[in-house]
Ligand binder design. Structure first.
Ligand SMILES: NC(=O)c1ccc[n+]([C@@H]2O[C@H](COP(=O)([O-])OP(=O)(O)OC[C@H]3O[C@@H](n4cnc5c(N)ncnc54)[C@H](OP(=O)(O)O)[C@@H]3O)[C@@H](O)[C@H]2O)c1
Length: 261
């Protein structure tokens, strides 16, 4: 396989859907060897199928539940030990329950913090320690959200603010290493992220569209508020294509019109 990322191993969490799938397919098309992490083995196999259809190297599916600590760090260590070059870990998996703190539940808070924060910390630490151990250049890319910059983002926004802080802190900790850390901060993109929304959250989103005078039935309007995941893949590819002597600290990528969930 040829391409700018040929011979480089990249691990993408949340690769069974949405942004993670788009990122994984794009990087494989550039020659990278992909490890795909998510819960659904079937959906990961679909991503692997898209990768082979795009002419990429055979991708490895790694089904796991990122609420549980241990398997992600282990996978990163094993890839580092068995592949000639662990080049990037992309901590993309996430869940979103957009609701006020006062109507949230401990279970939903816990799930958001376990996946959006704890799995990101676990993946980030294991990536840096493994890259350091093998003395190679590498990247950690974490997914934030513009929700962290809105006024009423609830616990989802808190988790995404944490993602930004993880990126800032880790970047400072690896200044002396050939390892770069970036946070990609998307606006609204067409994925399965709303699958866990409560009826109240969906009604709230629909109310926001009405206030913006947008009609979801109209394709043009929707394109202005919901982006194509391939634009996030473009951003990730750009970051990974920079020389190791420069650090893209964060990149906000969003459609022109903003809607609060
Ligand atoms: N789409 C947007 O508008 C948007 C905006 C800002 C930020 N983001 C962020 O972008 C990232 C990707 O989200 P998306 O929009 O692509 O949503 P998505 O289509 O729902 O994808 C989420 C991914 O996370 C994985 N995941 C969720 N819970 C998991 C668990 N317990 N264990 C393992 N994997 C788990 C899912 O895998 P399974 O389905 O196999 O469990 C899926 O692959 C998230 O961090 C999200 O917060 C998205």
């Amino acid at each position: 396989m040829t391409g700018p990322f040929a011979g480089k191993a990249i691990i993408v969490t949340g690769a069974s859907s949405g942004l993670g799938r788009a990122i994984a397919v794009d990087l494989a098309r550039q020659g990278a060897d992909l490890w795909l992490v998510g819960r659904s083995g079937e959906a990961l196999a679909e991503t692997a199928g898209l990768i082979s259809a795009a002419g990429g190297p055979v991708a490895q599916s790694e089904p796991m539940d990122l609420r549980i600590r241990g398997p992600l760090a282990k996978l990163i260590e094993v890839v580092g030990a068995t592949h000639p070059h662990l080049f990037a870990v992309i901590n993309n998996a996430g869940v979103m329950y957009p609701e006020p703190i006062l109507s949230g539940t401990i279970e939903r808070w816990q799930e958001m913090l376990d996946i959006n924060v704890m799995a990101m910390l676990e993946g980030s630490k294991a990536a840096v320690l493994t890259m350091r151990k093998h003395g190679q250049e590498g990247h950690v890319i974490n997914l934030g959200s513009v929700q962290a910059r809105f006024e009423e983002p609830g616990v989802y926004g808190i988790s995404k603010k944490a993602a930004e802080m993880i990126g800032n802190t880790l970047r400072a900790e690896v200044e002396g290493d050939p390892i770069r850390v970036a946070t990609v901060i998307p606006g609204g993109f067409a994925t399965q992220l709303a699958r866990g929304f409560t009826p109240e959250s969906l009604a709230n989103l629909s109310g926001n569209l009405t206030r913006l005078n947008l009609n979801p039935e109209n394709g043009d309007d929707m394109a202005r508020i919901v982006g194509d995941p391939r634009h996030i893949a473009d951003a990730v590819r750009y970051i990974l294509s920079q020389p190791i002597g420069i650090n893209i600290q964060e990149m906000v990528v969003r459609p022109p019109v903003s809607t609060k969930a």
